[in-house]
Write a protein that binds this ligand. Structure first.
Ligand code: RFL
Ligand code: PHB
Length: 393
């Protein structure tokens, strides 16, 4: 067994883990990131595309904002299409001038890896059988296998940033952990294509055939999603079938004007609302998808990971640099208060825009009234905008 020690072990080298690692390192706090996959695998995941201001600020604070500020696109609004109409949510006008940044999770992760490399950050890839030990003591440790050898790292704290399927949350005893879950009866089929975006701003479409979303990564790269039954398989959807179905769900002029091309990625993601409480167990702190999942409709998943990391970084730096544990003690409560509000928003936006297979005629009329209310009320639009740009930390 090979042993080492550090101040914080971070399980998971996705955006949450890497961002925390970078912030801690810059504050002089030693840490090691353990990642199950290869770097190429992590960078191959096409996920989030819309960043809140809070995330953007945190990237800058971590010294990794340069490429994002240069290549990211600030969006002042987005569209909602329904019943042949295309209405705009004016984010900047409704939410005190606040906007969002369109910059892909792949690029965020790439920038974070580059920054970690430049500072000599310790990231161990392809670890297997990660196990957390003695979490209720002040001498916790982590063991893992790497290429057949067993390793041990002793630390003061362990951060579980290992996503929904990670080992960290499962290390909290069942009689301590409370899990809240809502599974939706559909998924999103997503396609990435090297074509110009259908429109300058995102379009969320509510349609009798199901939800659709037109998003983008840059002027030459588009990202589209359509709601599909959970029984569908991505490989059964040809590119032609995807484009045809997408266009049927969009306003005619958008559909007629858009460019299509070969897909360079095509996957189906199930939709789920999930929260695990508490987000701390002894020396273990959960962050990001390890603790909570939102359906992607409000673009909140990665952004919630960022607010967790913000609170956790404050707590850990106060502990190590000032000997003050107040922020760390309050981490779970503070993070969860913001998490539940984002859960509410993502559930609401999902309910507003999707077709639910078991919806009654009354449900459909209520959904329609919700949309009509939204576009007849400045207050309702301001509420949507306030949540979309991100509630304050
Ligand atoms: P991740 O990205 O899942 O990273 C966790 C990492 O932990 C590793 N891991 C382990 N490592 C060691 N030992 C183990 N036992 C391990 N088990 C797992 C994994 O390999 C992985 O590298 O979680 P993190 O860092 O918390 O980041 C969360 C975000 O990835 C996620 O919330 C977003 O992608 C959600 N999301 C969106 N969020 C937004 O804010 N805006 C969006 O526009 C948006 N769009 C989306 C999305 C997610 C989507 N999918 C596919 C779920 C669109 C989609 C389609
Ligand atoms: C994306 O571009 O991948 C994206 C954008 C907005 C969402 C979800 C995903 O709500």
């Amino acid at each position: 067994m090979q042993s080492q020690s550090t101040q914080v072990v971070i399980v998971g080298g996705g955006p949450s883990g890497l961002l925390l690692s970078q912030l801690l390192h810059r504050a002089g706090i030693d840490n090691v990131v353990l990642e199950r996959q290869t770097r190429d695998y992590v960078l191959g995941r096409i996920r989030a595309g819309v960043l809140e201001n809070g995330f953007v600020d945190l990237m800058r604070r971590a010294g990794v904002g340069e490429r994002m500020d240069r290549d990211g696109h600030e969006h002042h609004g987005f569209h909602i299409a329904y019943q042949g109409r295309l209405d705009r949510i004016d984010l900047a006008g409704s939410a005190d001038g606040q906007t969002v940044m369109v910059y892909g999770q792949t690029e965020v992760t790439r920038d974070l890896y580059a920054a970690r490399d430049a500072m000599g950050g310790k990231i161990v890839h392809e670890v297997a059988d990660v196990a957390l030990h003695d979490l209720k003591t002040d001498r916790p440790y982590v063991t893992y296998d790497l290429h057949g050898d067993t390793h041990r790292i002793d630390s003061t704290f362990i951060v579980g940033a290992d996503g929904f399927h990670g080992v960290s949350r499962k290390s909290i005893p069942a009689d301590v952990l409370r899990e809240y879950e809502k599974v939706y009866p559909f998924g999103w089929l997503g396609v990435l294509s090297e074509t110009p975006p259908a429109a300058a701003e995102l379009i969320y479409a509510q349609h009798d055939r199901g939800f659709a979303l037109c998003s983008m990564r840059n002027a030459k790269l588009s990202r589209y999603y359509i709601q599909v039954p959970l029984t569908d398989r991505a490989e059964d959807w040809s590119d032609e079938a995807f484009w045809e179905e997408l266009k049927r769900r969009l306003p005619v002029d958008v559909a007629e004007g858009m460019q299509t091309g070969p897909s360079i990625e095509k996957t189906i993601a199930p939709l789920r609302s999930f929260v695990a409480e508490p987000m701390r167990y002894g020396a273990l702190f959960l962050a990001g998808d390890a603790a909570h999942i939102v359906p992607p409709t409000g673009a909140k998943g990665l952004n919630l990971a960022a607010s967790d990391i913000h609170y956790l970084f404050e707590g850990l730096s106060d502990h190590f640099l000032r000997g003050d544990d107040e922020a760390l003690e309050g981490y779970s409560e503070k993070a969860l208060a913001r998490v539940w509000k984002a859960e509410r928003f993502s559930w609401w936006m999902t309910s507003l825009l999707h077709q639910f297979p078991d919806a009654s005629p009354a449900d459909l009329r209520l959904q329609q009234a919700d949309l009509e209310y939204l576009f007849s009320s400045d207050a309702a639009q301001a509420s949507l905008a306030e949540n979309y740009v991100g509630l304050p930390y």
